[in-house]
Design a protein around this ligand. Structure first.
Ligand code: COA
Length: 560
C-alpha cells in the first residue's frame, strides 16, 4: 500500500481548465484509469483518470476550481499489486499522458483545424465551395463521430462546431474553419474519422474578393455573382461542377435548433449504456453541462413515468412545449416557482393527462336553502361560526356519495381493481395567496352543518396561514371547489386524481324558472361535476347531479 498524489496531467498547452464534475468521493475504490474528474476547456472536455487502482483518500478539488498541469487534486491509497509500483512516481505521468494527448488533441484541433482544413478554394462567381476536412486530431485516428451539430443548409460562423467526435477520454468539437453555408454533409454519426477525411462541403460567400463575413447572403447565387469581381466570374463554370450541394442547400429545411449537447465522455458513455437521449436531458452542471446525476435522474423519472404509464397512461411521449425567447417581444422577468406551485402544476398535469375527463352541468334551486341559511345568521353570531353554502354542499355531496358509491372509488389500473371506500372524506379547494390548497374534512356524513361550517372555516384559515399538516390534506374521496363567492357561471374542474370526481360550484343567481304556469324568480346554483370516465359513466354522472339538485333544492331530504 502506498499513497499517491493525483495530479493534473499535461493539458496540451492550455493554461487553466475548469473542473466541471468530480466523479468520485473520498473512500471510493477506483480502478486504474477510472475517471476522477472531468475538466473542460473551451472546446473539449477531458476526464482525468485514476493513475492506479486503489482507494481515494482525499479529494481536494471541487467543481468550479480552475486547475493547471501538475496541480494535485487528491490522493490515492494504491492497492496491493499496483502498490509495488513504489517507483510509481513517474507512473501517473505515463498513465495520464493519454489525457494530455486528448486535451492536446482538442486544443490543437481547435487551433490548427482552421488552417489545416482549408484546402485550395474552388472559386465560382460570388461564392466558392470548400470541402472541409478533418483537422489534425493530434495522433488520434478512427475517432467516432458522436454528433453532427449542423444540417445541410445551415448558416454557420467561423469556429461554430460542425461535428463532435469522441475518443476514449475526450470529446472534441471540430469547429468550422469558415463562416458559410453548410452543403453536403459527408459523414454520419458513428463514422470513424482521421485527419484529412472529408467532413462536409461548405459554400462561402465572397465579397469583393474577400471571404464574406455573412454567409447568410449566399442564398441567391445569381445575385452574388453580380457582386463578384471579374477574375472570380471567370471561375463560375467550375463552381457549377463543384458545388452540387448549393441547390440542395437552398431548399433544405433545417431541423429545429436547440439539440446541442454539452456532456463529457463518461456521461455520454453512461447515457449510451442506459439508452438515454442526451438531447432530452437538462444539464445541471456549469454552463448547463449534463452530468451523471442528470442522466440518472432522467432515467429514473422516465422509468417512474413508464411504470405509471403502463397502467394508467401518463401521456409520456407527448412533446414538451418549447418556449420562445420572450424578451424578443418585450421586457420580461423570470421568477422561480414556489414549491407549492411546482407541486400543483405537476399534479394538475398528471391528472389532466391520466384521466379522461367529462364534465356534467346542472343547476340547483337553492332559494329555500338560502332562506334557511340566512335565518341562521343570529345563531351563527352567537356560536361565532359563519354559515356559508359550503356546509350544505358538503352534506349533499356526502349523501350523494353514499347513494352512488361508484363515485367513492379509486382505480388501481396496475392490478385491474376498483378500490371502494367505506368512509366519506371530502376535500375543499381553498384559494390562498401562495396557491391552491385542498384540506380534507373527514367523515362528512357523520357531521352536522355547524360542525362542518366551523371545521371548513378553520381548515381554510389554516391553509391561508400555511399551517396545514400533511395529514390534513390527505385521504379525500371527493373534492368540492367553490368559486361561488367569486363569480362565474360554470367551469370544468380537473379531477383530483386518484379521486374520480370533483364538484365545481359557481355563483348562485336569480333566474326565471317556469313552474308549469308562470316564471318564478328562483336562486339557482350552477354545478359542474367533472369525473373520470373510466370509473363513472355519463348516466351515473347525470344521476349524481340530479340527486345534488334534489338534496339542495329541499334540504329536509338531507335528514332522511
Ligand atoms: N353563490 C353565491 N354566493 C356564494 C356562493 C355561491 N355559490 N358560495 C359562497 N357565496 C358567498 C358566501 O355566502 C359569502 O357571502 P356572505 O359573506 O354574504 O355570506 C361569500 O360568498 C364568501 O364566501 P366564502 O368566504 O368564500 O366562504 P365559502 O364557505 O363559500 O368558501 C372556500 C370557502 C374556502 C371554499 C373559499 O373561500 C375559497 O377559497 N374558494 C376558492 C376555491 C378555489 O380557488 N377553487 C379553484 C380551484 S381550480
Amino acid at each position: 500500500m502506498s499513497e499517491q498524489e493525483i495530479k493534473v496531467p499535461d493539458l496540451g498547452g492550455a493554461d487553466e481548465v475548469e473542473i466541471i464534475e468530480v466523479t468520485v468521493s473520498e473512500g471510493d475504490t477506483v480502478g486504474e484509469e477510472d475517471p476522477i474528474l472531468t475538466l473542460e476547456s473551451d472546446k473539449a472536455s477531458v476526464e482525468l483518470p485514476s493513475p492506479a487502482a486503489g482507494k481515494i483518500t482525499k479529494i481536494t478539488a471541487k467543481v468550479g476550481d480552475k486547475v493547471k498541469e501538475g496541480d494535485v487534486v487528491g490522493t490515492l491509497e494504491v492497492s496491493g499489486d499496483a502498490g509495488d509500483s513504489g517507483s510509481s512516481d513517474d507512473e501517473p505521468e505515463e498513465n495520464q499522458e493519454p489525457e494530455g494527448e486528448s486535451q492536446e488533441a482538442a486544443e490543437s484541433s481547435d487551433d490548427g483545424k482552421a488552417e489545416e482544413s482549408k484546402p485550395a478554394p474552388k472559386k465560382s462567381g460570388g461564392s466558392r465551395t470548400e470541402t472541409v476536412k478533418v483537422p489534425n486530431l493530434d495522433g488520434f485516428e478512427d475517432v467516432p463521430v458522436i454528433e453532427i451539430n449542423v444540417s445541410e443548409g445551415d448558416t454557420v460562423g467561423e469556429e461554430d462546431p460542425l461535428v463532435t467526435v469522441e475518443s476514449d477520454k475526450a470529446t472534441m468539437e471540430i469547429p468550422s474553419p469558415y463562416a458559410g453555408k453548410v452543403g453536403k454533409i459527408l459523414v454520419k454519426e458513428g463514422d470513424k474519422l482521421s485527419e484529412g477525411n472529408d467532413l462536409l462541403e461548405m459554400t462561402i460567400e465572397e465579397e469583393g474578393g474577400d471571404e464574406a463575413e455573412d454567409a447568410g447572403s449566399s442564398e441567391d447565387s445569381g445575385k452574388a455573382s453580380e457582386k463578384t469581381s471579374e477574375p472570380e466570374q471567370k471561375k463560375a463554370p467550375e463552381k457549377q461542377e463543384s458545388a452540387p450541394s448549393q441547390p440542395q442547400g437552398s431548399t433544405y429545411e433545417p431541423p429545429a435548433p436547440g439539440t446541442k449537447v454539452h456532456a463529457g465522455p463518461a456521461v455520454r458513455k453512461l447515457a449510451r449504456e442506459l439508452g438515454a437521449d442526451l438531447t432530452r436531458i437538462k444539464g445541471s452542471g456549469p454552463k448547463n453541462r449534463i452530468i451523471k446525476d442528470d442522466v440518472h435522474a432522467y432515467v429514473k423519472s422516465q422509468l417512474q413515468q413508464a411504470q405509471q404509464g403502463g397502467s394508467v397512461g401518463t401521456g409520456s411521449g407527448i412533446p414538451g412545449v418549447k418556449l420562445p425567447d420572450f424578451s424578443q417581444f418585450g421586457e420580461v422577468e423570470r421568477e422561480g416557482m414556489s414549491r407549492m406551485m411546482a407541486a400543483t402544476a405537476t399534479n394538475m398535469q398528471r391528472s389532466w393527462l391520466n384521466v379522461p375527463h367529462v364534465t356534467q352541468f346542472d343547476d340547483a334551486d337553492i332559494t329555500e336553502m338560502e332562506a334557511f341559511r340566512k335565518a341562521q345568521k343570529t345563531a351563527g353570531e352567537k356560536k361565532g361560526i359563519k354559515m356559508t353554502p359550503l356546509p350544505f354542499l358538503l352534506k349533499a355531496c356526502a349523501a350523494a356519495l353514499a347513494e352512488l358509491p361508484q363515485f367513492n372509488v379509486s382505480l388501481d389500473m396496475e392490478r385491474k381493481e376498483v378500490v371502494h371506500k367505506k368512509y366519506i372524506h371530502i376535500g375543499i379547494a381553498v384559494d390562498t395567496p401562495h396557491g391552491l390548497m385542498v384540506p380534507v374534512i373527514r367523515d362528512v356524513d357523520q357531521k352536522g352543518l355547524w360542525e362542518l361550517a366551523a371545521e371548513s372555516a378553520e381548515l381554510a384559515q389554516k391553509a391561508r396561514d400555511k399551517q396545514l399538516k400533511p395529514a390534513e390534506m390527505q385521504g379525500a374521496c371527493f373534492t368540492i371547489t367553490s368559486l361561488g363567492g367569486i363569480g362565474g357561471t360554470a367551469f370544468t374542474p380537473i379531477v383530483n386524481t386518484p379521486e374520480v370526481a370533483i364538484l365545481g360550484v359557481s355563483k348562485a343567481s336569480m333566474k326565471p324558472v317556469w313552474d308549469g304556469q308562470e316564471f318564478q324568480p328562483r336562486l339557482m346554483l350552477p354545478l359542474s361535476l367533472s369525473y373520470d370516465h373510466r370509473a363513472v359513466n355519463g348516466a351515473d354522472a347525470a344521476r349524481f347531479t340530479n340527486l345534488l339538485t334534489q338534496l339542495l333544492g329541499d334540504i329536509r331530504t338531507l335528514l332522511l
